[in-house]
Design a protein around this ligand. Sequence first.
Ligand code: PEP
Ligand code: MN
Length: 362
Amino acid sequence: MAKKQESDLQRIRAELDGLNMRLLELLNERSLLVEKIGPVKLAAGHRLYDPVREAEQLERLMLANQGPLSNAMLEQIFRSIFRTALSQQTEGGGARAPLVMERGAGSRRVPVGDIAIGGGKPVIIAGPCAVEDEEALDRVAARLKELGVAFLRGGAFKPRTSPYAFQGLGMDGIRMLARAGARHGLKVVTELTDPALLDEYVEAVDVIQVGTNNMFNYDLLKKLGQVDKPVLLKRHFAARMDEWMLAAEYLYAGGNRNVVLCERGIRTFETSTRYSLDISAIGLVKSSTELPIVVDISHAAGRRDLLLPLAKASLAAGADGLMVEVHEHPDVAMSDGAQQLDLEQFAQFMADLRPFLESVNA
Ligand code: PEP
Ligand code: MN
């Protein structure tokens, strides 16, 4: 008799184990939907917690309940499921940047006119720290084109630490960039600091850069979410990965998925380089988001002698592109002279890098 009871017990336990597995599957299926509903609710202007909807769901379940589970027990179980779902949406039980981290390990191609950043050959974005004069910019652009570079960079609105430092040529600089880009068939990348100038940027440039100082400027990010112009979102020099991903989430939440991340070095205790290039960031971005990532080696290093090794390391880690500052005469540049390459040095840099560029994920 004891033997029969023992085998009954084993059978029922096995059945319960089976049911547990089915419940687990269903709970995870539900949790997957919960991950998706948060941003949709917010985008539609709803609050994450809706007690009326919760009461309705419970009522429907109780009316359908045929027992033997009592309605009181059923309520206890489902209230706990609802509470867990809410914390998943509000406390990062799921991804804290759910749209950005929705499709991990993929790589999105961000189209920029007839080319793209991400999912193909790494791109080079080069040009002076700041636009200083049109003829010099034109000569740099011409050389970049000859060297196979596709993107021309240059700051026209320069967010400088000191109010007395060169602040850039403003809209004149933007127009110079646009003309140089058009003349030489280069895409223009430049930083936007003032949301009021967004429409003019959308007209004149190909990729709008958010500089390190503005990664936490949520009003600027919200405005950039409203357009479909590609955005190069630099990491704040003191931003954690999650803060950076949430900055990108602002763009995604507004509807702009043409986002390229840019690692440009973070501030550490080290003073022999301007910042410390966070190579791990490249792998983390690649494994947890679909976004392409470009590495600005110039601002990270702050000195030209380290550019080549940082470029190689970035490409080896999977970067979708590099940003490099190039100036005709770095020694007399209005800003960031120590980290800029002159045209000859840049040509050598490109020659040294060529085998690496060709060997990675073309
Ligand atoms: C720049 O790229 O021109 C620039 C100022 O870089 P960051 O914002 O990374 O300092
Ligand atoms: Mn610079």
